[in-house]
Design a protein around this ligand. Structure first.
Ligand code: MCN
Ligand code: MOS
Length: 767
């Protein structure tokens, strides 16, 4: 890859050569993004674009009685105003899992208001300014009905139990009743939001029945299918283009109501339509992490052997869809425990349906169990590190299966050593530095290994370059770069010879860039295709009459550094370009997928790339597979002001083999930074009178800045896990955030002797 910087940093892992798997290449698209050379969805040059602006509800629940569009329609430049009165002719689409559509009509601008900030009208005009101004003049009359604005609403109720989120083994009640030591506590997390640098939005255009959409996407194929189903057109007729994305964090995996509105408007007008979702509208176009509440009871012997865990959790969902932020997602896999009971409920409130946000479920779940473990440690008067090691899970007690690889013990011990945990004095409030109370805390984290099939094309070009072609995406994680490394290594070429093309649903199928499953999935496909391409090249070189190796008597050839040779030192040495010339080939193309043999039919392939039908969870197979981590946090709390600063963190991870340690470290740090935000800053504040998210902008919804982030040391303790993926890596993208908030909450308790059980930990809760 020509655009990459030379790498001058020392390598820590293995002896991978520059550009090979395990090398520390910088991100290919990083430089393009910094220089403004990466074209984002809304920046595509397009003629004759009309601009759409959304009008959103100002009540939490009720019915749109009338929409007066007379003033808006009369404004200069206005082309179209869409309201609930307009039937856009859409049908509900099938879900992620692959369950087919109900066949019901779909109204992206509904008559019934289900939450404050719901899109109920749209104005399309010649310019964005004209559309915005006209949108202000749309007058909506509502009939309001009672609403529930969040878990704290007195009318919220207890919701309903999710039957698939009930886990029991042993007898937790009995064990708790007889335990020598018990603790019980309730932990809460507020609504949190993705706040990706690139807001949502899209540009769409039709040519006959063919729809092209430029939209940031974590899953080009899945989104193309859903758009096709909305509009009742063939999958082949929808094209999602998304080569560069300014972050998604879970929010860009599916098309959303505004996308349906823009595409429908474009169809009606017969011209391209651009819809830029404003920053405030981002807070209600896709839901953030749901608010959660969980109560955890632990029972243990006096010497700290865990006997029982009882977990009761709940999260809010919307009134029109069930989404569970699974507070019990990490609780069963972290510790050895013979008696366990967990249950998760969802409570419908008037909000946009919450969604996946980095480490969904595992994140609030680890917050609960990891705070509870430290609370137990203090009751037992035991070192929290020792308590964790004492209750180390030798296998997965939930599935009964052995771990595939679990280096959490190493994460705990090596992390502790690097942090200097042994310098801690156990008593809360016993460490200080002037006016600053100093505290140490631990939080473990986990994220399941999710496996999915993918496909890829490897194209050897006449000039010797190797093209990797995939419809998968790179939203900043590093897909471009690791695929170049994978192809370079498998093909035996230098990374400068590799070109990677991504981010288009027309390109080969791929899993979603979600659930930390893409890297393992797509490197597997590219590796397979590249090995096959190399074999093909070698086969032609041995057998084609015009090949320099024809009649050489060799029965195999080696490809290294872009050169083909007999490997023994004698015989010709031919570059790939020379060989292609000798063979008279313009290119040589190989397509491979990692689907099983029973799924090679076209329809099965389509289903695999556009739904989750072929995705495998962590215990499908002989092992239980997860990434693991242990975070060690040092905080300083100002004794008078109650201000909390994270002054140091050390985090040790087991994510198996790392394809590119530099990018992995960046992923981990990114997750940790989001975790610091979650612990100390982030909170969607809802107005109880009308269900509106009040701080729906980046001025008031606080996320960490550089000044909030201390030195973050990250350590890899993983070993290759070939059950987890073809190259031995486990998921990286999400595990970094999991366990950070409890590490900080535990450190704040250690510093101050005060336990804050609802995030974020702000100063008014400490003084
Ligand atoms: N990697 C590696 N070795 C491994 C596994 C991963 O080198 N064994 C590196 C690669 O650079 C790879 C990256 O880590 O590109 C992430 O790989 P993976 O864990 O498979 O995650 P995905 O590619 O599926 O990406 C999605 C994941 C999720 S689910 C969220 S949420 C998230 C995240 O990645 N959102 C992100 N990281 C993000 N990073 C950025 N910059 N922006 C986001 O929106
Ligand atoms: Mo990540 S929240 O699974 O996109």
């Amino acid at each position: 890859m020509t655009i990459m910087e030379p790498n001058r940093e020392p390598r820590k892992h293995g002896s991978a050569g520059d550009g090979m798997v395990g090398g520390r290449m910088s991100r290919f698209e990083g430089e393009l993004k910094i220089k403004g050379a990466a074209t984002y969805a809304l920046e595509y040059p397009m003629e004759n674009v009309a601009h759409a602006v959304l009008v959103q509800s100002t009540i939490a629940a009720g019915r749109v009685v009338s929409v007066d569009i007379s003033k808006a329609s009369a404004m200069p430049g206005v082309l179209l105003v869409l309201t609930p009165q307009d039937d856009l002719g859409l049908t509900m689409c099938g879900d992620w899992a692959g369950n087919p559509s109900s066949g019901e009509p779909y109204y992206p601008l509904p008559q019934t208001v289900q939450f404050n900030g719901q899109s109920i009208a749209a104005v399309i005009a010649e310019s964005r300014e004209q559309a915005s101004e006209a949108a202000r003049l749309v007058t909506v009359t509502y009939e309001e009905t009672p609403s529930v604005t969040g878990l704290h609403d007195p009318n919220a109720g207890e919701g309903k139990v999710m039957p698939n989120l009930v886990v029991n083994w042993g007898d937790a009640e009995q064990a708790l009743a007889h335990a020598e030591v018990t603790i019980e506590a309730t932990y809460e997390t507020p609504r949190e939001y993705h706040v990706a640098m690139e807001p949502h939005g899209l540009m769409t255009t039709w040519e006959g029945d063919a729809l092209t959409i430029w939209e940031p996407s974590q899953w080009s194929h899945g989104m193309a299918r859903m758009y096709a189903e909305w509009f009742g057109i063939d999958y082949e007729n929808v094209r999602i283009v998304s080569p560069y994305i300014g972050g998604g964090f879970g929010s860009k995996g599916q098309p959303l109501a505004y996308g349906a509105v823009a595409a429908a408007a474009s169809k009606k007008l017969g011209r391209p339509v651009k819809l830029a979702v404003t920053r405030p509208q981002n807070f209600t176009s896709y839901g953030g992490r749901a608010a959660t509440r969980q109560t955890i009871a632990l029972g243990a012997t006096k010497d700290g052997i865990l006997q029982a865990i009882r977990h009761r959790g709940m999260s809010e969902t919307s009134v029109y869809a069930d989404y569970a932020e699974q507070t019990g997602a990490a609780t069963p896999v972290l510790y050895k425990v013979e008696n366990f009971s967990s249950e998760h409920r969802i409570v419908a409130v008037n909000t946009v349906t919450p969604g996946a946000l980095r480490g969904p479920g595992k994140n609030p779940s680890a917050y609960g169990i990891e705070c509870a473990m430290e609370e137990l440690a203090y009751v037992l008067d035991m070192d929290p590190l020792a308590l964790r090691l004492k209750n180390y899970a030798d296998h997965d007690y939930q599935s009964g299966k052995p771990w595939s690889t679990r280096r959490l013990r190493e994460a705990l011990t090596e992390g502790a050593a690097a942090f200097g945990w042994d310098k801690r004095s156990h008593q809360p409030r016993s460490m200080r530095d002037g006016n600053q109370l100093v505290g140490y805390g631990i939080g473990c984290g986990t994220f399941p290994v999710i496996r999915a099939p993918s496909e890829a094309i490897i194209r050897i070009l006449a000039d010797g370059r190797v093209e990797v072609v995939s419809g998968s995406i790179d939203m900043g994680q590093g897909t471009y770069t690791i695929l170049a490394q994978t192809a370079a290594e498998a093909m035996g070429v230098s990374i400068d010879q590799v070109v990677v093309q991504l981010g288009d649903s027309r390109l080969p199928g791929s899993s979603i860039a979600g659930g930390s499953m893409l890297a393992g999935s797509i490197t597997g496909a590219v590796h397979k295709a590249a090995l096959a391409a190399r074999d093909e090249l070698v086969g032609l070189a041995l057998n084609a009459p015009n090949s320099p190796f024809a009649g050489s008597g060799a029965n195999t050839l080696s490809v290294s550094g872009g050169e083909i040779s007999t490997g023994s030192g004698d015989g010709p040495v031919v570059t790939i370009a020379e060989m292609m010339k000798a063979l008279g080939r313009e290119h040589l193309e190989i397509r491979r997928n990692t689907l099983s043999d029973d799924a090679q039919e076209a329809a099965e392939q389509r289903k695999a790339w556009t739904t989750m039908a072929r995705v495998m969870g962590p215990t499908m197979g002989d092992y239980s597979m997860h990434s693991w981590c242990a975070h060690f946090a040092e905080v300083r709390v100002d004794e008078e002001f109650g201000t909390v600063r994270v002054s140091r963190m050390v985090s040790a991870f087991d994510c198996g083999r790392l394809y590119n340690p530099k990018l992995v470290e960046s992923q981990w740090r990114g997750g940790i930074i989001m975790g610091i935000g979650q612990a100390l800053l982030e909170e969607g504040i809802v107005d109880p009178r009308n269900g509106r998210t009040v701080n729906n902008n980046v001025g008031d919804y606080l996320v960490p800045t550089n000044a909030d982030i201390p030195d973050l040391t990250v350590i890899s303790v993983g070993v290759p896990d070939l059950n987890a993926s073809a190259l031995g890596g486990k998921g990286v993208g999400e595990v970094g955030i999991v366990g950070v908030a409890p590490a900080i909450a535990n450190a704040v308790y250690h510093a101050t002797g005060k336990r804050v059980r609802d995030l974020p930990i702000t100063l008014e809760k400490l003084i």
